[in-house]
Design a protein. Structure first.
Length: 608
């Protein structure tokens, strides 16, 4: 949610900033702007709309000379998308420029205080309050002014700051919003995401909560909120920089769907040894696992949907009770936690604000935490007691696909490990589960390669107004994600329901030719799902069914059938979700939607 990049060095800053913002545009694309010190003053150019508008305005940065600058791509929170509300924001004399990710919760109080002292505000943003407050406290020492501001603002933020009086420095600060710094042969960088600077450096410093960074062209210094120096060691990023490029695909989303076989292999391979699941990063002994009283799975969006699937897997395979909570609700329902519980936190970015807050709540109560995250060194990864990385690589499309698939694999592996430690499965059963897991990459690839049939079907529903997804058990969890994918990128109203709930009100919404997508992969629930299919068809629905190979009798009950390969009943989500991802993608493409950057959405939700 919003992207920050900053640079100071020997080269022209504007083209570097624009290039970095292009890598971050998936984090926000309501507006964009850059600030560059041109030798005399801080010049700001910004524009509503996609980054290309700013690129045209600045002639790709050519008409903004200077070797120090900061840039921002915005996902609007305070103030509508507009040129005025775009970042960077000035102070009153245009001698300080600020870019900001996050939300300043007490900005109105600050604004009222400064207005009373003669300050005027031109934007609707909370960010301008930071710039003006810096002006209020600035007495020639940037570090002192930044510390005073940090002590007075409330909320989450990462900041990039320029001072006209100090044109040989870029300053950065953070609290609960990601920010990194890096140094290369051509200068120093800040960014809210490593993808923005991977082409320049792979050795980065993670700026921790309530820390400040001071960048010169050949060095970076770090300070805590007391102004004391902080020593840091750089972390090396192994991601392939080309993974953040489209690589010939029309959209990042399509590319990332086709990367799922590799993602699944990469997440599986290090954790399977000699027909056993070995999770070194778990940090739990068999005795620790046996003592688990209950699992609490906490996540948002698609990550939450993997948790819904996982509940069936953990309870069925390992016989451990499971609660699954949307992260924002977990915090406010005053959960009853026990020291023998384990809280599993799931986040692609590792920076999701509500999920991070839930993690901190669990830790405050002394409950062990395990994070399933994709981004190495992210806030959740650093703060959780244990971390299980998904190894999906950078995921650029806002609608997740490969990270979702990798999170499912982590749950499967954990369930097998827990089941074995608790004596719920033996060696032969573990071996059989692993054999099915190892087939998944090839099976996913086969489904992806059979996309033409799904594409043709999707073309029929480009003009649909309402689409429903139904299923039972794990199939309901699949329905949740299939529905979310469709609504995220195509803007078609879509809902997912437990199939048994249809007759309790929802069936009244079924009209002639309404599309109902029915997931039926669970053998023990198959007849009941078929009964629900008959109910909606009787009322005029057109039914798309996703079921297992061999269940050819489904063709007598559904109007259109997509088959997935046979696998263990616990793992069917990994296969059934593929045609639903493709369906959503091709419907959205058919409508002309911006698949990678859906309206009103951003990749990483770092504000509550």
């Amino acid at each position: 949610m919003c992207g920050i990049v900053g640079y100071i060095g020997e080269d022209q800053a504007a083209p570097i900033l624009l290039d970095g913002l292009e890598k971050l545009e998936y984090r926000g694309y309501d507006s964009a702007g850059i600030a560059v010190f041109d030798g005399k003053e801080i010049e700001i150019k910004k524009a509503k709309g996609r980054l290309k508008v700013l690129e045209e305005l600045t002639h790709d940065g050519a008409n903004m000379p200077g070797s120090v600058g900061i840039g921002h791509t915005r996902w609007a929170t305070h103030g509508e998308p507009s040129d005025i509300n775009a970042h960077p924001q000035y102070n009153k004399d245009k001698t300080i420029a600020v870019v900001h990710n996050g939300i300043i919760e007490n900005y109105q109080k600050i604004k009222d205080k400064l207005t009373a002292k003669g300050y005027s505000f031109i934007s609707e943003t909370d960010t301008e309050s930071v710039a003006q407050l810096l002006d209020y406290y600035y007495q020639g020492n940037p570090l002192e002014a930044i510390i005073k501001v940090m002590l007075r603002i409330e909320g989450s933020y990462s900041l990039g700051i320029l001072f006209a009086d100090h044109p040989d420095r870029v300053y950065a600060a953070r609290k609960d919003s990601p920010l990194i710094a890096g140094i290369a042969s051509d200068g120093s960088y800040i960014a809210s995401d490593a993808t923005a600077i991977l082409k320049h450096t792979r050795d980065v410093y993670y700026i921790d909560n309530q820390e400040i960074a001071c960048l010169s062209k050949d060095s970076i210094s770090f300070f805590n909120i007391d102004g004391e120096p902080v020593e840091k060691e750089p972390k090396h990023i192994d991601w392939d920089a080309n993974a953040a490029e489209k690589g010939g695909y029309e959209h990042f989303m399509l590319k990332e769907m086709y990367e799922q076989p590799k993602t699944v292999r990469d997440t599986l391979s290090p954790r399977i040894r000699k027909d056993h699941v070995v999770i070194d990063d778990l940090g739990m002994s068999d005795e620790d696992i046996k003592n688990i009283r209950r699992l609490h799975i906490v996540a948002c969006g698609s990550a939450y949907h993997t948790g819904v699937t996982a509940r069936y897997v953990y309870e069925g395979m390992a016989r451990i009770p499971v609660d699954v909570d949307v992260a924002s609700e977990f915090r406010y329902r005053d959960p009853i936690l026990d020291s023998r519980d384990l809280v599993i936190i799931i986040s692609q970015s590792g920076e999701t604000a509500d999920t991070l807050a839930a993690l901190r709540l669990a830790k405050k109560k002394g409950i062990p935490t395990l994070a399933i995250v994709n981004v190495v060194g992210s806030s959740i990864a650093r703060e959780a007691d244990s971390v299980m990385y998904t190894w999906a690589g950078p995921e650029i499309a806002v609608a997740t696909t490969k990270a979702y698939s990798a999170q499912l694999i982590c749950h499967y592996l954990l369930a097998i490990r827990f089941a074995k430690a608790r004596g719920e499965i033996n060696d032969d059963q573990e071996k059989a589960y692993i054999a099915d897991l190892e087939k998944l990459p090839d099976q996913i690839e086969m489904l992806l390669n059979n996309k033409n049939r799904i594409q043709k079907f999707a073309n029929r529903y480009v003009g649909a107004k309402d689409i429903f997804f139904i299923g039972r058990g794990i199939d309901y969890a699949i329905s949740l994600e299939g529905s979310l994918k469709l609504k995220e990128i195509s803007y078609i109203h879509s809902e997912a329901y437990p199939a048994g709930e249809l007759k309790h009100g929802t069936i009244s919404l079924i009209e002639d030719q309404t599309l109902v997508t029915a997931i039926a992969t669970q053998k023990d629930l198959y007849p009941k799902t078929v009964s629900n299919i008959v109910e909606v068809r009787t009322r005029g629905a057109f039914v798309l069914a996703v079921t297992n190979e061999g269940d050819t009798d489904m063709e007598e009950n559904a109007d259109y059938v997509i088959y997935i390969p046979q696998t263990n009943r616990y793992f069917t989500n990994s296969l059934a979700i593929i045609p639903l991802q493709l369906f959503a993608y091709y419907v959205a493409v058919g409508k002309g939607c911006d698949v990678d950057k859906p309206r009103n959405l951003a990749k990483s939700v770092t504000v509550e």
